[in-house]
Design a protein around this ligand. Structure first.
Ligand code: HEC
Ligand code: HEC
Length: 280
């Protein structure tokens, strides 16, 4: 007899309860709803965690992208607390990071202004003016919509505390001698006062209200003068700048913008209550 004869193998036990024609029992509705809800919840959790992780990675990346070691960053004032660094390097909500347009050290470029070392009160006022619509700029209007009053306060103080940027090259082909004359003495024939009489004797800015012009981007300085000239920037206190810019022609604007931009940046002075003049 062959060992593997199929006829000799034992028949496996048959499951008596097995019924091939059994009805499919419907899955209760609440189970379907529960599974569905769990899936949605899982998806939402995944998406929000993914976004948070990406944001954290962006901050980390931006920090690592800064080539300088921590001590050097601190010396430049580039190491604010976590909240301000997130705003500056990663942005907030829909708003892009400040650094993506104003540069990692707030130095600006072309039509985007330098913020580094500007008086905090001046920066704060500009952000509020962009928010109220007194000063128009689409990019900045979009950015400030995402900021709270505390954010504005914090970021203005951060940029005011950053070390001054390196001096710039003239970029507009302006007449530098003419620019120097306008900055230091003004031109009484056209009724343009010396810029330094308000902006500080080296164009360094006078806190709280007068911004630094020395070391500001020439293209930006020109653009602002042109905006006042055309009546498009309306936020100067008592319209101080409106009248001055209106009396300047484009050549004078280029001259003074190139001259001021190429001056070495100097820390802003602070307006102090005038002391009584000493007797001669
Ligand atoms: C998409 C680019 C962009 C982003 C992002 C951006 N800015 Fe600006 N910012 C500009 C431009 C351009 C101007 C010049 C506006 C004009 O011509 O009136 C400006 C102007 C300013 C001014 C006025 C400066 C002055 O000298 O009057 C301040 C203050 C400022 N930005 C702060 C910030 C802060 C703080 C952030 C981040 C929260 C930020 N900006 C993000 C492009 C940007
Ligand atoms: C009577 C005082 C006064 C004089 C003189 C003056 N300015 Fe100003 N300037 C101001 C004030 C105040 C502001 C700030 C306006 C604001 O708050 O928006 C300003 C702002 C500016 C800005 C904008 C800077 C920025 O960061 O956005 C530019 C550019 C400027 N002045 C250029 C000049 C030039 C060039 C001259 C000389 C031809 C001059 N100013 C003379 C008072 C003056």
């Amino acid at each position: 007899m062959k060992k593997n004869d199929p006829a000799q193998r034992p028949v496996p036990a048959v499951d008596e309860s097995f019924d091939p024609w059994e009805q499919v029992r419907p899955i209760p509705l609440f189970v379907v709803a529960l599974v569905f809800a769990l899936a949605i919840w899982g998806l939402l959790t995944y998406v929000s965690e993914y976004q948070a992780q990406r944001r954290a990675a962006e901050v980390q990346q931006a920090r690592q992208a800064a080539p300088a070691p921590a001590a050097q960053l601190a010396a430049q004032g580039l190491d604010g607390d976590a909240a301000v660094m997130e705003l500056v390097l990663a942005g907030k909500g829909q708003a892009w990071s400040c650094a993506s347009c104003h540069g990692a050290a707030g130095q600006g470029g072309l039509n985007t202004p330098r913020l580094a070392g500007q008086p905090a009160e001046y920066l704060k006022k500009q952000l509020q003016d962009f928010r109220s619509g007194l000063r128009h700029n689409e990019s900045m209007a979009y950015v400030v919509r995402a900021l709270t009053d505390d954010d504005i306060d914090m970021v203005a103080r951060y940029y005011a505390g950053i070390a001054l940027p390196a001096p710039l090259q003239p970029s507009l082909g302006g007449d530098l001698a003419r620019g120097k004359l306008l900055a230091e003495k003004g031109d009484w024939k056209t009724d343009v006062p010396a810029c330094f009489s308000c902006h500080g004797m080296q164009g360094e800015g006078v806190a709280p209200g007068f911004p630094a012009l020395a070391g500001q981007q020439p293209d930006y300085l020109f653009a602002q003068l042109a905006a006042w000239h055309a009546g498009e920037r309306g936020n100067s206190p008592q319209q101080l700048m409106d009248g001055i810019a209106r009396r300047m022609n484009p050549d004078d604007m280029r001259a003074v913008a190139d001259y001021l931009g190429s001056l070495p940046p100097v820390p802003a002075t602070t307006l102090v209550a005038a002391a009584p003049a000493p007797a001669p």
